[in-house]
Design a protein. Structure first.
Length: 338
């Protein structure tokens, strides 16, 4: 097996520089890091993570908590994870997806075992027991999402309130005055207080009331079938609806097909806009959906950078960052019918 000195000789750097790259405890230039990692690959050098952790009392592992038992790992969540993993690697850390229940017990087991230096929490509920447990244990963490009162925690999140306003601005600008909102049906589950749903629904109800327009909220079950049933319920509750906002990508197709089954053309009779979505999700439906695209990559990177700054003592300030979704106009929105 190759030694650290052989890697240093191959890369033309000091053994200390190789150590900095391996351990991630000092910043080196991207060009130098690339030379060292290339030499490691060429020589077959294998870094002993366990030995390094025992010596430094740090694992350089960040655990990303995702409650897969309660919530599906969708496209937006995958964007968070992949961008966070890439940024963690650049900063000398390993990001590990930790599938867990949305309970305090799993968090306690993870931290008491010394498996991670810090934690990123995803799929946050308004009163999240995982965050309460991490706070009690004084563990460095950042959440992608917000609790009901996030003032005392570090978080990065989508600005759901601004995103809903942008969707309604777009639709009312096209003359729509009767608008539906389709959200995920989480009643009776551990995710009933899921932050994105609670915040978006509250923002929608407040905004339509302030604007003096009609707003109807319906819930969608899983997949396309859930979207079809949501469309039927929306049309039953407001037969004169002319626009729908949906925050559930796997039900987009079902919503559009359900509207057609109810005798409504998209966008001639009913405009549809998908929020917290993506261009690729929009193109999976005919017509191509107008979307408000989630800032997943930016939030994933920012969460890791904030946590690493805390772990390395570069900052003790709390991170409070909100990023809105970006509007991408496509074929599913049009002026309201006369």
């Amino acid at each position: 097996m190759a030694t650290m000195q052989q890697v240093a000789d191959r890369a033309g750097v000091s053994i200390a520089t190789v150590s900095f790259v391996v351990n991630g405890n000092k910043r080196v230039s991207p060009a130098t890091r690339d030379r060292v990692t290339a030499a490691m690959r060429e020589l077959g050098y294998r870094n002993n993570v366990v030995a390094r952790a025992l010596a430094s009392r740090r694992t350089r592992i960040i655990a990303l908590l995702f409650p897969v038992l309660e919530h599906r790992l969708g496209q937006t969540a995958l964007q968070f994870f992949t961008s966070a993993a890439g940024r963690a690697s650049e900063l000398g850390y390993h990001l590990v997806l930790w599938p867990s229940a949305a309970t305090a017990d799993d968090v306690r087991d993870l931290i008491s075992g010394g498996l991670a230096d810090g934690v990123i929490v995803m799929e946050v509920t308004m009163h999240d027991p995982r965050i309460e447990q991490l706070t009690r244990m004084d563990v460095p963490f950042v959440s992608i999402g917000r609790t009901a009162d996030p003032s005392a925690i570090s978080f990065v999140d989508i600005d759901f309130e601004r995103t809903v306003e942008d969707a309604l601005d777009h639709l009312t600008g096209l003359g729509h005055r009767r608008i539906g909102l389709v959200v995920e049906d989480l009643d009776g589950t551990a995710m009933a207080e899921y932050g994105p749903k609670v915040r978006s629904e509250a923002a929608f109800r407040a905004s339509v009331a302030r604007r003096g327009i009609a707003g109807t909220v319906v819930s969608s079950g899983a997949s396309a079938e859930g979207g079809r049933r949501a469309a039927a319920e929306l049309l039953a509750r407001d037969p004169d609806v002319t626009a729908a906002v949906i925050m559930k990508d796997d039900s987009n197709f079902g919503l559009v097909s359900g509207l057609r089954a109810g005798g409504r053309r998209v966008p001639e009779d009913v405009s549809v806009i998908a929020i917290v979505s993506s261009d690729s999700a929009g193109t999976a439906t005919e017509p191509v959906l107008t979307t408000l695209n989630a800032p997943g990559p930016a939030l994933g990177r920012l969460a890791v950078e904030s946590l690493v700054d805390r772990l390395e003592g570069a900052s003790t300030d709390l991170t409070h960052a909100l990023i809105p979704c970006e509007l991408h106009v496509a074929d599913s929105t049009a002026p309201a019918p006369a």
